[in-house]
Design a protein around this ligand. Structure first.
Ligand code: 13P
Ligand code: SF4
Length: 300
């Protein structure tokens, strides 16, 4: 029996679903029931009818699934798969920020810990940030944590005042405008899509600024036959699989998130076999964090 068959058998035995982020290894995406961006996976986590959710991605994503599903068992194949950006602010730092800005609305990117979400009024993802921010009354000051670049991207479009926490994604920080210029020279006419976690000069040098789910939609709908991809390389697997008539080129081969690569077929199998590693969130923290996540999910 090969490992894919072993995983399929264990999934049935455990009545489990496997959710995988678009940056996961291709072979992990291929055994998943559903692959998506942070927003799509959070929504999917509210709709599953299974006893066990095995979340392949980084810890904050599995934690979000656990907060949304207190009665189900949520597992992560490797509990050390963190998101360095999410760890760039803690709850006490956010509380201090709130004390300095009384009356402000606290908004967190979903790439944040449960403790930070618990301090916030609402969450956003890169897939819904504009829509969610449009629901916040103008005239209120906005505290945006932890990603200065996603925050800068939205505030640039909205023209209102944001106080941005200086967090960033170390993987997207590797992308430069020169890399985009070189990729354009190598593939003339190909549109360039980047993630809004990229710095402003990189976002400005691109044609599209999209969540990973947005990139999958753009790839499907675009008439372009070649597309340049400025985000973590794992997404190329899905883009190529879903669009065999199109070509996708990474803007840079250096965009690899080591934490997203920590889910492997072996630890997916082991997680289902041994029901490990269970993702647990302190119920008091979970209850407050859920309010911020639910407020986000209520925005259609
Ligand atoms: P998406 O929500 O666009 O998939 O982004 C998640 C992420 O961690 C990007 O680095
Ligand atoms: Fe975090 Fe960046 Fe990895 Fe996304 S790509 S999980 S933001 S470190």
């Amino acid at each position: 029996m090969d490992i894919q068959e072993e995983i399929a058998g264990l999934k049935k035995r455990r009545n489990a679903v496997i959710l995988a982020h678009n940056y996961c290894r291709g072979e992990v995406q291929d055994v998943a029931d559903y692959t998506g961006d942070s927003l799509e996976l959070a929504r999917r986590a509210t709709q599953v009818d299974a006893d066990v959710i095995l979340f392949c991605g980084v810890y904050f994503m599995a934690e979000t699934a656990a907060i949304l599903n207190p009665s189900r068992t949520v597992l992560i194949p490797d509990p050390t798969a963190g998101c360095p950006m999410a760890d760039m602010i803690n709850a006490e730092q956010l509380r201090a920020m709130k004390r300095e800005h009384p009356g402000a609305v606290a908004v967190c990117y979903v790439n944040s810990t449960a403790e930070v979400k618990a301090e916030c009024d609402i969450c956003v993802t890169s897939g819904n940030a504009e829509r969610v921010m449009a629901t916040i009354p103008r005239g209120r000051e906005i505290l945006f944590v932890p990603d200065q670049h996603l925050g800068g991207h939205i505030s640039g479009q909205e023209g209102r005042t944001y106080v941005l926490w200086p967090g960033y994604c170390p993987t997207h920080a590797r992308l430069t405008p020169k890399m985009i210029a070189d990729a354009r020279a190598a593939h003339p006419g190909a549109p360039v899509m980047v993630h809004p976690e990229c710095a402003k000069d990189v976002r400005d040098a691109a044609d599209e600024r999209l969540s990973t789910g947005g990139m999958c939609r753009f790839a499907r709908e675009s008439s372009a036959k070649s597309i340049l991809v400025g985000t973590e390389k794992g997404i190329l697997h899905r883009l190529r699989k879903e669009n065999p008539d199109k070509e996708f080129f990474p803007v840079s081969d250096s965009l690899v998130c080591p934490n997203m690569k920590k889910s492997t077929l072996e630890n997916v199998r082991d997680a289902l076999r041994d029901l490990k590693h269970v993702v647990k969130v302190d119920p008091a923290v979970a209850e407050r964090a859920k309010r911020a996540i639910d407020a986000m999910l209520a925005v259609k």
